[in-house]
Design a protein around this ligand. Structure first.
Ligand SMILES: C[S@@+](CC[C@H](N)C(=O)[O-])C[C@H]1O[C@@H](n2cnc3c(N)ncnc32)[C@H](O)[C@@H]1O
Length: 269
């Protein structure tokens, strides 16, 4: 019965994904889903549908996001009953803004937008991609499913998010993808080399500034592409990083901008 299931599966309406959510899928079936580019395409381009589609994909793949976020909120409320999403994260995570209590739809970039970003980047085999502040690591799911010759690392402060993302990666057999529990703001942290860095406004402005300086340092050794999502990262790049050349500004297809390190090193994009 399961073998007959896939030929009939369509990915054109939200209800198609809803049906998948309601179906018990084997690991092999989940693996086949993430190897299909249509799985990551949102039925409609508007933001609300993109977020709903992404939330359904998380459920289909078996991420336990709601449970983990509720545990984090409960921990934070115990510590700071009158707090809010502005204070809960910093209060339980050494002053780091980890967005505990933020609507799950906003915490992560929709899969369909990540897929668009990866297409625009024209990723070549064996290139390494890093997500700085990766939450549950949605980008790694697409890279592991569709870009099997590439490797992915996502750095994330919150250990329970890291563990859950790695649990799903392992279940799906994504051996070249990993999440790493790391404070990006730690003085001891040295940013590894990569071909692509993805930043969706993580934490505090000074931490984004520090990370961008580290990317600038790495870009003296090897050309890099930077994807920025969120107003702060884009503003800081615009004000203080002339070595990054804007190559693409997402409008209808998302809230991201793509940059390449200067002097025409990346003329092919
Ligand atoms: C807005 S979310 C973006 C998630 C993911 N990049 C995406 O676009 O789907 C930012 C994440 O960065 C993490 N973060 C914030 N400050 C951090 C730090 N200093 N070190 C590591 N992660 C951090 C937060 O916990 C949160 O999960």
């Amino acid at each position: 019965m399961q073998l007959e299931f896939f030929p009939r599966t369509r990915f054109s309406l939200l209800s198609d994904f809803h049906n998948l959510e309601a179906t018990h899928l084997s690991i092999d079936e989940k693996i086949r889903l993430i190897q299909n580019p249509d799985f990551f395409k949102s039925p409609k381009a508007n933001e609300v549908i993109k977020q709903q589609h992404a939330e359904m994909l998380d459920n289909i793949l078996g991420f336990r996001l709601r449970y983990i976020e509720e545990m984090l909120i409960a921990e934070a409320q115990g510590f700071d009953p009158d707090g809010s999403l502005e204070t809960w994260g910093p209060n339980i995570h050494n002053g780091i803004q980890t967005w505990v209590g933020l609507d799950l739809k906003t915490l992560q970039t929709p899969y369909s937008e990540i897929q668009r970003i990866l297409q625009l980047l024209k990723i070549r085999p064996y290139q390494h991609i890093i997500d700085l502040g990766a939450a549950y690591g949605r980008m790694g799911i697409i890279i592991g499913g569709l870009y099997i010759k590439n490797s992915f690392q996502g750095y994330e402060f919150v250990k329970s998010r890291v563990d859950e993302g790695n649990r799903v990666y392992q279940e799906l057999g994504l051996r070249k993808c990993e999440l790493v529990a790391q404070d990006l703001a730690a003085n001891s942290f040295i940013l590894p080399m990569a071909d692509v860095y993805f930043i969706y406004d993580f934490g505090q402005v000074e931490h984004i500034e520090r990370t961008l300086k580290q990317i600038e340092h790495n870009a003296t050794k090897r050309p890099v592409k930077v994807v920025a999502r969120g107003k702060y990262t884009k503003q800081i790049i615009g004000l203080a990083h002339p070595w990054l050349e804007l190559k693409y500004e997402g409008k209808l297809d998302g809230l991201f901008s793509l940059y390449v390190s200067g002097q025409g090193l990346m003329a092919h994009i």
